[in-house]
Design a protein around this ligand. Structure first.
Ligand code: SF4
Length: 475
């Protein structure tokens, strides 16, 4: 049996909001298309270009900034490093002059309103999130390449099997929870230790540790920024940001200039249930308000669900005394492995499986990580992951206006709290008596995804998206 190798850095990717599948994925697809042109030595030969967005990318692409992501990607910008504060100005500039600079080296005429087509009624067979780049080159030839944004920022080119990263041989090949448990039992290692051994295949342990601390740094920056930024979210829904208001209330109007002094102050407020609950909500709201504002976030495993893992990790650090680099690394390694098992056995794409594939998976990842960090056994960690997903099964994706705001932002608070509850339940239980396994719930999630009506799969054609009448301005 072949084993797909997914690294922790495939699951946690630094990017730009609001959507991993509709923003980060298309951005990456544009970069891959440029790379393909470059390999053929053709970037400077392009005379015109059209971009076709299909299916879910067309239906909710405007709200998710798919066109913006494609434009920035085609201009040679990288989602990890591009200054998010410059997005609006750069896009306005492109729209005004109607030109792009392919890969930053070759200028062509490009009118985003004409040359990016939203094909609302068409889709490509492999995945609902598809886009095609159609380039004409100087000798009159045409080049057409299609890409699929398959969730969590992962991108697949039409006709390509796997990728180099997934073809490596790992010491502990894992496709499902049973195999993960097998390696844990055989070696006596806990989940994060098994994952770290696998990560050593790609890079040194030191690099993995540094990379994970960098991921946490971006999460922290995002939480801090979101908790200190007021105003209204972009997109026309006029959703007011709430994290900053909540933060202000909880810290009694005090201002802390950096993350460390801020969490020190939070810690000193004790651990009353409602106080803790308010903070977990504040962290999750903060991240997803940043995400909705085209801010810098970490996909975990997606952008729409980016707040769950930082909120639960911050809960662990502040309220469970887990503030050591070692524990933070352990948390992220465990969470990533659970996410990759979901990706292999089901999906982390809302366009395939609805919101159970986003918030459900992130909650499950966080539940397992918290359980391992709090001293639970490997079986208890997997049990916690199972419990968290079991109570997200069937959750649909119906973002109002196609924006990652309602219900998405609040939904992260729910995912975080369910993760903490699932962890506590697992820590107080004997996994031997559990009737539902993690693999069983992953299969159920996939079956449910297959049965789910397509209007609940990131199309904004059903649910809240059609029952809450809001007139959106074109933007
Ligand atoms: S409803 Fe869930 S899956 Fe859909 S966009 Fe929002 S967070 Fe993502």
């Amino acid at each position: 049996m072949s084993h797909e190798a997914i690294s922790v850095f495939d699951m946690f990717k630094i990017g730009v909001g609001p959507s991993s599948s509709h923003t980060l994925g298309p951005w990456r697809a544009a970069q891959l298309f440029l790379k393909s042109l470059e390999e053929k030595n053709l970037i400077r030969e392009v005379t015109s270009l059209e971009v076709l967005l299909y299916g879910s990318l067309a239906k909710t692409g405007k709200g998710h900034g798919t066109d913006i992501a494609v434009l920035l990607g085609l201009n040679g910008y990288d989602p990890v490093t591009f200054d998010v504060d410059l997005i609006e100005a750069r896009i306005n500039d492109i729209k005004e002059i109607k030109k792009i600079v392919l890969g930053g080296v070759h200028e062509i005429d490009f009118d985003p309103d004409e040359d990016i087509e939203f094909l609302f009624t068409e889709s490509l067979p492999y995945h609902p999130n598809a886009l095609t780049f159609l380039a004409t080159i100087s000798n009159g030839d045409h080049i057409a390449e299609s890409y699929y944004s398959i969730g969590g920022g992962f991108v697949k080119k039409e006709g390509e099997q796997g990728n180099a990263a997934s073809e490596v041989i790992l010491p502990f090949p894992i496709n499902d929870a049973d195999e993960l448990l097998h390696w844990c039992m055989k070696t006596g290692l806990n989940i994060s230790e098994v994952v770290l051994e696998n990560e050593n295949t790609w890079r040194s342990e030191k690099e993995t540790r540094q990379g994970l601390l960098k991921i946490w740094q971006v999460m922290k920056d995002c939480m801090y920024r979101g908790s200190h930024t007021s105003g209204t979210l972009p997109g026309g829904l006029n959703v007011r940001r709430r994290a900053a208001q909540l933060n202000k209330k909880l810290v009694r109007d005090q201002y802390y200039t950096d993350f460390e002094s801020w969490i020190h102050a939070i810690k000193s407020g004790g651990n009353d249930f409602k106080y803790t609950l308010d903070w977990v909500s504040c962290f999750a709201l903060a991240v997803n308000e940043e995400n909705a504002s085209f801010g810098r976030v970490v996909t975990a495993p997606t952008n729409g669900a980016a707040g769950v893992i930082p909120a639960v990790l911050a809960y662990y650090i502040i309220f469970c005394e887990g503030n050591t680099e070692e524990k933070i690394i352990q948390f992220l390694l465990t969470a990533a492995e659970v996410g990759s098992i979901f990706k292999k056995g089901a999906t982390i794409s809302a366009a395939m499986g609805g919101c159970q594939a986003e918030i459900g998976v992130s909650s499950s990842m966080a539940a397992a990580a918290l359980t391992e960090c709090l001293g639970g056994t490997q079986r208890q960690a997997l049990m916690a992951a199972e419990i968290a997903m079991e109570h997200h099964l069937g959750m649909t994706c119906d973002p109002i206006g196609g924006l990652v705001q309602i219900p998405c932002i609040e939904r992260n608070t729910m995912g975080a709290i369910k993760a903490i509850t699932a962890c506590q339940l697992a820590l107080q239980s004997a996994p031997d008596y559990a009737r539902v396994s993690l693999d069983g719930v992953i299969k159920t999630m996939w079956d449910t995804a297959m049965d789910m009506n397509s209007k609940y799969k990131e199309t904004a054609d059903g649910g809240l998206a059609i029952n809450i009448p809001l007139s959106l301005s074109e933007c």
